[in-house]
Design a protein around this ligand. Sequence first.
Ligand code: AOF
Length: 198
Amino acid sequence: MKLTTMTQVTIDGVMQGNGAASDDRRNGFERGGWALGKGDDETRTFITETYQRAEAFLFGRRTYELFAGSWGSIGQMRAHPIGVALNEAPKYVASTTLTAPRWDNTTMLRGDLTAAISELKAKPGGDLQVHGSGALTRWLLENDLVDEMTLIVIPVILGQGTRLFPETGPDLALDLVESRVDSKGVTIQVHRPRYARA
Ligand SMILES: Nc1c(N[C@@H]2O[C@H](COP(=O)(O)O)[C@@H](O)[C@H]2O)[nH]c(=O)[nH]c1=O
């Protein structure tokens, strides 16, 4: 499988609390919900089709729990095409703290994460998709495991919140695979990292 990430970020690179203000108030964050209703229909279709294409999903603990409590639990969300894709596909969670995953079709990845993810990547098939999961995405980039990275850039400067990319991290060159701007100014960028060590 090809490991792909999809993250909504602001112009200043924040990824915290894109969906709802209540999702994540860590570190006094109070400007959540910045991505809600921002893209146009074409962007929404792009996002939905991305989820539908997934062979499997890989999550960090926090995003897994947020998704399990929404896409996995609320009837209307389960019935949405994104909900259907998420509920049907196998889900993997990288966490050392989560003991009892509450969503069907979930496998916990413990121990040697590099080996576990390399094994998943070696399986035939389509996308192993990571959504949200900032800590995991940073770790995957640090460990040269991301094959393709989609950024959905929302035209706001938030001025607070956790950034997707760390203050200190890997130095990566990216090949642009696809980019487009929608009618509301939301930019979609698909990049392939070119790892120096690859
Ligand atoms: N940007 C963005 C999300 N954003 C945020 O990711 C955070 C969870 O990951 P972590 O940083 O590992 O704690 C949490 O603040 C959530 O609001 N989540 C998504 O599913 N999709 C996205 O595009």
